[in-house]
Design a protein around this ligand. Structure first.
Ligand SMILES: Nc1nc2c(ncn2[C@@H]2O[C@H](COP(=O)(O)OP(=O)(O)OP(=O)(O)O)[C@@H](O)[C@H]2O)c(=O)[nH]1
Ligand SMILES: [Zn+2]
Length: 205
């Protein structure tokens, strides 16, 4: 499982600097009143401030330039598939601001120049795009598109499998349902054999 990035690492500085914490605090206090709670009771007094700090961290990806993540690349004479599987993903759906979580699997085939990136950078890329209000489909494509534009690989495949709390905790209340999204780019789109090989490695348990 990939190490979780703390917000300071993600933004390169304290997240509080660029987030309007007092505004979030005010809004959370209003929500507590609206649902029938007393925001001044003992256990809730610090809650608006805590939620504000948590939101700053959960949405830290909005203030990070994802191209910076793939700044460092290396030359390698490897023109075959590179696949990092089971990268932990946690994000918030933009419809309900409730979490969705699961795994990301990212594969790419380096281009003719054999340019590769550090393996941890693939997990960092997931973090930058996941720490924003998201839909799973966009999160999947954003990862694939950035890899294509930054590494110029022969092809990219990104598969995400996530469970959405907005389907489990509320609404239809179906827990355990997994949503699987994929984005295939470049040569892998037309190369059925390589794509099947990547998919088999991704789905292998
Ligand atoms: N395609 C997609 N849908 C999502 C994602 N996250 C949440 N949703 C869905 O977004 C939809 C929002 O639908 P609405 O009808 O506007 O909202 P709602 O009344 O709260 O919908 P219900 O969840 O069906 O109660 C729901 O069907 C959610 O399941 C996502 O990542 N991708
Ligand atoms: Zn939702």
């Amino acid at each position: 499982m990939a190490a979780r990035l703390i917000s300071g690492k993600l933004t390169g500085g304290p997240v509080e600097e660029s987030v309007d914490l007092p505004r979030i605090e005010k809004a959370v206090r209003e929500i507590l009143i609206a649902v029938g709670e007393d925001p001044d009771r003992d256990g809730l007094q610090q809650t608006p401030a805590r939620v504000a700090r948590a939101y700053a961290e959960l949405f830290a990806g909005l203030r990070v330039d994802p191209t910076q993540v793939l700044r460092t690349t290396f030359e390698a004479n490897h023109e075959e598939l590179v696949l990092v599987r089971d990268i932990d993903v946690m994000s918030l759906c933009e419809h309900h601001l409730l979490p969705f979580r699961g795994s990301a699997h990212i594969g790419y085939i380096p281009g003719p120049d054999g340019r590769i990136t550090g393996l941890s950078k693939l997990a960092r890329l997931v973090e930058v795009f996941a720490r924003r209000p998201q839909v799973q489909e966009r999160l999947t494509s954003q990862i694939a598109d950035l890899l294509m534009s930054s590494l110029a690989p022969r092809g990219v495949i990104v598969v995400l499998e996530c469970e959405h709390m907005c389907m489990a905790m509320r609404g239809i209340q179906k827990s355990g349902a997994k949503t699987i999204t994929s984005a295939v780019r470049g040569g892998l789109q037309n190369d059925a054999k390589s794509r099947a090989e990547a998919m088999a490695l991704i789905m292998h348990r």
